[in-house]
Design a protein. Structure first.
Length: 140
């Protein structure tokens, strides 16, 4: 079986701690894979907010997720606190990649790594647009 392998950036410039809630737990007694994607979204929103952006206003345009890759490493349980480290790289004309490293805050054991490919999008015109110059100045 072929497995996807992510090559993480060497440096992560943002970190957020997220507590695991009882509603994050699935029938297997741990955080489900769908919730991991939700935690990535939360971390991305906190990262954007830190830089005075949102997914609807990223330097004057919106952003949408093009793709996602997640490598699951260990389980998370109710009461755990996960530290999510975020890095933005690989800018192209219309998009960029967001990398995530998720570790348990208690012992820094890696629980997942992930990448979301993001595209800049004009919601009014319903089309893909270029990454704003103001965004490139901040992140490159």
């Amino acid at each position: 079986m072929h497995s996807v392998r992510l090559d993480l950036p060497k440096q992560f410039n943002f970190q957020v701690s997220i507590p695991i809630r009882i509603t994050d737990i699935n029938y297997g007694g741990h955080v489900g894979n769908d919730t991991i994607l939700t935690l990535l979204h939360e971390a991305r929103m906190k990262f954007l907010h830190h830089h005075k952006f949102s997914e609807m206003d990223f330097g004057g345009v919106g952003v949408i997720m093009r793709d996602v890759t997640i490598e699951f490493k260990k389980e998370l349980f109710y009461g755990d606190i996960v530290n999510v480290y975020v890095a933005v790289t690989n800018f192209s004309r219309v998009g960029f990649d967001v990398f995530y490293k998720m570790v348990k805050s208690e012992d820094e054991i890696q629980v997942a790594i992930a990448k979301t490919g993001m595209i800049c999008y004009d919601y009014k015109m319903k089309k893909i647009v270029s990454v704003p110059a103001s965004v490139l100045q901040i992140f490159q």
